[in-house]
Each structure stands twice: as C-alpha cells, then as structure tokens.
Design a protein around this ligand. Structure first.
Ligand code: NAI
Length: 345
C-alpha cells in the first residue's frame, strides 16, 4: 500500500483523487493545511507527499521529509517554482503534471479578457439591479488589435490560436523560441511597444520575476490590457497599481498574485484583508481578479488526478523511472539523465 500525504486538500481534489487512487493500492491522508516546515511532520509514515502551487517545499522542508522517509514529492500542478529542486536532488525525487489542460488556462485568460474589455462584470451587476444604462460600458473590438504573448509553450500557443480566431494580430516573445513556427517573434521591448493586450504564459524563474515592472510598463502603449494567468511574481504589483493610477494601463486581468499564498483558495469574506495592495487593486474598476482558478475545469481535475496517480505508480513500480520527473538538471541535455530514460539520480 502506497501512503500519500495530500496537502492543501480542497473538496474538488478529493473526489477525483479518491476515484483514481481506489483503482490502485494507494491510500491518501487528506490534510487541509499547506505544507511548510511546521506541517511537514504530518507526512510521517507516508511514502509520498502530494502538493499544490502554494505549498512551501524549500530545503528545510525537504530535509524534514527526507528524515521522515518520504521518497517522492508529487506536484499536482505544472509549475514548480515553489519547490527547491536543487535541494531535493539526491534526496527525494520530484514529479509533476506537465500538462493537464492547457485549454482550461488559455480559455480562462480569454474569459477574463472578454469580461474586462466588454465590461461584462459591470453589466451583470447592473441588470441584476434593473439598471439598464450603458454609460461606461464601452469596450473595443478584438479584431485588428495586436496581442503580445510572452511564453509560447502549451498554454501560450492555444491562447494564440484563439486570438487568431478573433482576427487579432499576434506578436510573441519566448526565451527559447522554436525554430520553425508561424508565430512572429519579437524582442520583449518591441512586444511592449506594439501590443494593445499583453498576456503572460511563461514560468516564474529568477529571470522572469517582476518582468512586468515600472520599466516595462513605461514602454507599453497607453491603455494596454495586461492578462496574467501564469504566476503572480511575474508582475511587480506595486508598479502595476501605479500604472493603473496614472491611466497608463487600461485594464488588468489577474488570476494570480505574488502574495496569493495565504489569501487565495479560501473564503475570506468575513475577514479584514491585511494586504493593502491587493485590496487597492481589487477596488479598481478596471481590474478583475480571480483566485487562481484558470485550471479549474472538470477535464483538468480528472487529468491532474490520473497523471499524479500514474506518476506515483510509475515511480514505485517502474524502478523509480517516471517521464514526469523533475530536477534542476532537467532540460540540460548534456547532464539530464531523464533524456536517457533513467532516473534523475
Ligand atoms: P510550458 O513549459 O509549455 O511553456 C512555457 C514557455 O515559456 C516555454 O515556451 C518556454 O520556452 C517559455 N519561457 C521560459 N523562460 C522564459 C522567459 N524567461 N521568457 C519568456 N518565455 C520563457 O508551460 P505551460 O504549460 O504553457 O504553462 C505556462 C505557465 O502557466 C506555467 O509556468 C504556470 O506558471 C502557469 N499555469 C497557471 C495555471 C493557473 O491555474 N493559473 C495552471 C497551469 C499553469
């Protein structure tokens, strides 16, 4: 029996994981708390910890888990910026779900964008109050506008296809652009200068942290709409707020926020929100915030549970070899053992 400590459990996780886990010899210990140095102990006696985007998996946590005999960290998400993969190397193997539904995220980015540009959120509230005035609801056509896409991986490319369906012109920036592609790649500066809409679809790394800051915003068109369904840390939220206050930024659609860890995913409606920056952003008429829900479709939840369970089985039943293993050497063809169909260490 493989025992899994499942951190940061939500009701919607339980049903899909119970369904797939029950098909195999796997037992889940569902924990509501997030993983951090204090809660690592709850994984004692488990072979695996299963974590999500806001669990803290730093070197101190990894050291504890290793001491407790945990063999595998199974991320039930794609991004792994919250895991110190270098600290885990040689101690605990790390697996993730590289893709569960890039459509879910790309479609949510479009949903936010349409809602914002066509003021659907405002119209919805107005008509519920029998206010049928159109004042202040003027949007703009997507057709003919230029959208700048940063990061053209799985999600970015689907987002581009949808934008092209609207008749938008697409320019893109990617640190590692593919050789043969029908996408017009430009420098970041050119993307900032030309885009009416900018959508972020690259990972959060040391290099991309605060890539949208005061300097970047100063290069953008007046009235630019910024969409972030990737990671909050890509945007310097103080600079974003300033850009909104000076009317440089026309609208912001945010599914992620740098300091979301202790706020998002929970009902805080009866509490005073301590985060003044987030409160101020939410109070803006041209900012829409969703609480990291871009992934949340039934299709994605099923894929997440199925792939995570298969990752765990693959590790325990296939001599530790799992296609979805991660380490800090992955991607470096010279040193990456996974490319040679071996375990990372
Ligand atoms: P992917 O790995 O397929 O694509 C990422 C792209 O970013 C790649 O083309 C890569 O070359 C590019 N990239 C890497 N470093 C870059 C840099 N410095 N500048 C510009 N581009 C760079 O990833 P995928 O599946 O498309 O996901 C993108 C991001 O979406 C993830 O990193 C994750 O943070 C976020 N995400 C958000 C979800 C949500 O619910 N809001 C759910 C799933 C993913």
């Amino acid at each position: 029996m493989i025992k899994v400590a499942f951190y940061d459990t939500k009701e919607y996780d339980k049903s899909s994981f119970e369904r797939y886990g029950s098909l195999h010899d796997m037992q889940f210990r569902f924990l509501e708390t997030k993983l951090n140095e204090d809660t690592a102990e709850l994984a004692k006696g488990c072979d695996v910890v299963c974590v999500f985007v806001n669990d803290i998996v730093n070197s101190a946590v990894i050291k504890k888990l290793y001491e407790f005999g945990v063999k595998l960290i199974a991320l039930r998400c794609a991004g792994y910026n919250n895991v110190d993969v270098q600290a885990a190397f040689g101690k605990i193997h790390v697996v993730h779900v590289p893709a569960y539904s890039p459509y879910a995220v790309a479609e949510h980015a479009i949903a936010l964008l349409l809602t914002s540009v066509r003021r659907i959120h405002k119209a919805y509230n107005r008509t519920r109050e029998f206010n049928f005035s159109l004042n202040g609801l003027t949007g703009f056509d997507f057709h003919g506008k230029t959208v700048g896409v940063i990061g053209t991986g799985k999600i970015g490319r689907i987002f581009i296809d949808i934008c092209r369906g609207f008749g938008m012109h697409v320019v893109a920036y990617d640190r590692f652009p593919p050789k043969d592609s029908d996408i017009e790649y430009v420098s970041l500066d050119e993307l900032f200068e030309r885009s009416d809409i900018i959508s972020l679809h690259c990972p959060l790394t040391d290099e991309t942290r605060h890539m949208i800051g005061a300097d970047a915003i100063s290069k953008m068109k007046k009235g630019v709409v910024i969409v972030n369904t990737s990671r909050g840390g890509l945007i310097d939220a103080e600079a974003l707020l300033e850009g909104i206050k000076t009317r440089k930024i026309g609208a912001a659609c945010l599914d992620v926020y740098e300091e979301e860890a202790d706020i998002f995913f929970e009902d805080r409606s009866g509490h005073i929100l301590d985060d003044d920056l987030l409160s101020r952003l939410i109070s803006m008429p041209n900012v829409i915030v969703t609480s990291h829900q871009a992934f949340l479709t039934e299709d994605a939840l099923n894929n997440i549970a199925e792939t995570t369970v298969n990752n765990i089985l693959s590790y325990f039943e296939n001599d530790g070899i799992c296609d979805n293993e991660l380490c800090y050497r992955c991607g470096n063809i010279e040193r990456c053992k996974k490319e040679r169909k071996e375990r990372c260490f």
